[in-house]
Design a binder for this molecule. Structure first.
Ligand code: ADP
Ligand code: MG
Length: 389
C-alpha cells in the first residue's frame, strides 16, 4: 500500500476513533538480518538493514496526561495515565508502548499525553521485528510531543530496555538498533558489544528477498531464554580457563574445542554455532561488498545448516521453504531471519530473477506444505523519524 493511501486510511479511522484528525505522524521500520542469528545477545556482530515495511503512529496531543491507543492491526483501545503506568493484560500489544513510556519517564524525560492510532505493514512474529518498530516509533512520538531530543542509538538502547524489563522479552539490541539507525540503500555491520556500526556497501547484482513461511511460531516462550542461558553458561565455563572471555564474542573456535569435555554437549553445540556465525557475519559483509555472490550464497546456507543442526531453531516449514528457494531460478542462498522457529527466510538472488524466483518458490512451497507463503523484495530503508507529508 502506498504511503498516501495509508495516510488517508489512518486519518479516516483516527477521526472515527477520536473525533478529530491527527496532527503528527511518526514511522519506524522493521529489519532483516542478512547474517547473524542470535549473535546480538552474545555481544557479537550482525549484518542488518532496516526494510521498506514499517509501523506508523498517528497522534494528536492531549492536555490531561492520558495516552489512548488503538491499532488498525489489532482490536481494542488501550488507555493509560502517564503518571501511573501499569501493564495491560487485556491489550498486551499496548505494553510495548507503555514500556517505552515507563523507561523514558524513569530516565527523566517528561511525557505528554496523546490519542494515537497505529498502522503497520510488518507481519507480527515473523522475524522482521514488528515489536521493535512499535517501540522505536513510540520513542520518536514521545520525543516529538514533548520538548527534548535523544540520539537514535540511545533510543534503541532505551527501547530494548523497555522490551527486556516491561514486556519481559530478554532480546538483544539488534531489532531496536536496526529500526532506529537504518540507512536508506545501505547495510549496517552492527557491533553489539560496542553498540556501534559501520555502513557496508553491497556490490550490484544481488537482490535480497523475504520469503515468509507463514508458519505460526510454535514457541512455548522458553526456547529463546533457554538458548540465551545456554550461551551464557558456555561463556561462564570458558571464562574459568580464559579470563578474557566475558561473552561468546570473545571466544575462538580453538578455545571452545580445547574444552569440549568441560561443556555439556548441548551447550557446546550452541557455542559452536554462535562463534561460527559471528565469523560468518564478517565474511558475509566482505563477500557482499566484493560482489562474490557465490560465497555470499554459500555462507547463507552454512548459517541455515548451523541453525538447524547446532542451534536447533529451524522448523519443518523453514526446511520446505529452503528447498523451494534453492531450486528456484537465480537463487544464491538463504537462511532464517530473526529468531527462527518459523517466520521468514531471507534469500539472496541474482538481480533480475525476482519474478521467476517468486513464482517458483510460491508453487514449490505450496506443493510441500499447503500453506501460501508471501515472497517479496526487501530494500534497505532509513531509520525511524517524524514523517513530513
Ligand atoms: P516480531 O517482533 O518478530 O514481529 P514479537 O512477538 O516480538 O514479534 O512482537 C509482535 C507483537 O508486537 C504483536 O503480537 C503485538 O503485540 C505487537 N505489535 C507489533 N506491531 C503492532 C501493531 N501495529 N499494532 C499492535 N500491536 C503490534
Ligand atoms: Mg520482536
Amino acid at each position: 500500500m502506498q504511503l498516501s493511501q495509508r495516510k488517508a486510511l489512518i486519518e479516516k479511522s483516527f477521526i472515527e476513533h477520536y473525533g478529530a484528525p491527527p496532527t503528527l505522524f511518526v514511522q519506524a521500520p522493521g529489519r532483516v538480518d542478512l547474517m547473524g542469528s542470535h549473535t546480538d545477545y552474545n555481544l557479537g556482530y550482525v549484518l542488518t538493514q532496516a526494510i521498506d515495511r514499517n509501523t506508523l503512529i498517528a497522534a494528536r496531543p492531549r492536555a490531561d496526561g492520558v495516552a489512548r491507543l488503538a491499532s488498525l492491526n489489532v482490536a481494542g483501545i488501550s488507555e493509560f495515565d502517564l503518571a501511573n503506568i501499569e501493564r495491560d493484560t487485556i491489550h498486551p500489544w499496548s505494553n510495548y508502548i507503555r514500556g517505552v513510556a515507563d523507561v523514558l519517564q524513569k530516565e527523566g524525560y517528561p511525557l505528554a499525553g496523546f490519542d494515537g492510532l497505529i498502522h503497520s505493514t510488518i507481519p507480527f512474529g515473523s522475524g522482521l521485528s514488528s515489536s521493535a518498530a512499535l517501540e522505536v516509533a513510540a520513542a520518536v512520538l514521545f520525543e516529538s510531543l514533548a520538548d527534548w531530543e535523544i540520539a537514535p542509538v540511545r533510543k534503541a538502547i532505551l527501547c530494548q530496555r523497555a522490551e527486556n524489563e516491561f514486556v519481559g522479552m530478554n532480546c538483544g539490541i539488534l531489532d531496536q538498533y536496526s529500526s532506529a539507525m537504518g540507512v536508506s540503500g545501505s547495510v549496517i555491520l552492527l557491533d553489539c558489544k560496542a553498540i556501534t556500526h559501520e555502513i557496508r556497501p553491497i556490490a550490484p547484482g544481488v537482490q535480497v528477498m523475504i520469503c515468509d513461511t507463514k508458519a505460526k511460531r510454535a514457541l512455548t516462550g522458553s526456547e529463546y531464554p533457554e538458548r540465551r542461558a545456554q550461551c551464557e553458561e558456555g561463556a561462564r565455563i570458558l571464562h574459568r580457563f580464559y579470563p578474557e572471555i566475558h561473552s561468546l564474542r570473545d571466544a575462538s573456535l580453538d578455545q571452545l574445542a580445547a574444552h569440549q569435555a568441560d561443556l555439556p554437549s548441548v551447550v557446546y553445540k550452541r557455542c559452536q554455532f554462535i562463534i561460527e556465525e559471528n565469523q560468518r557475519v564478517l565474511d558475509m559483509a566482505d563477500a557482499l561488498a566484493a560482489g562474490r555472490h557465490e560465497d555470499a550464497g554459500r555462507l547463507a546456507l552454512e548459517s541455515f545448516a548451523g541453525a538447524r543442526d547446532l542451534y536447533e531453531i529451524v522448523c519443518i516449514e523453514m526446511i520446505a521453504m529452503k528447498e523451494a528457494i534453492i531450486t528456484a531460478p537465480g537463487a544464491l542462498g538463504t537462511r532464517g531471519a530473526g529468531a527462527g522457529f518459523g517466520g521468514c527466510l531471507v534469500a539472496f538472488i541474482e538481480e533480475g530473477a525476482q519474478e521467476a524466483f517468486a513464482h517458483h518458490v510460491f508453487d514449490s512451497y505450496v506443493e510441500q506444505t499447503h500453506i501460501e507463503p508471501e515472497i517479496y523484495p526487501a530494500h534497505a530503508a532509513a531509520g525511524a523519524g517524524v514523517i513530513q507529508f
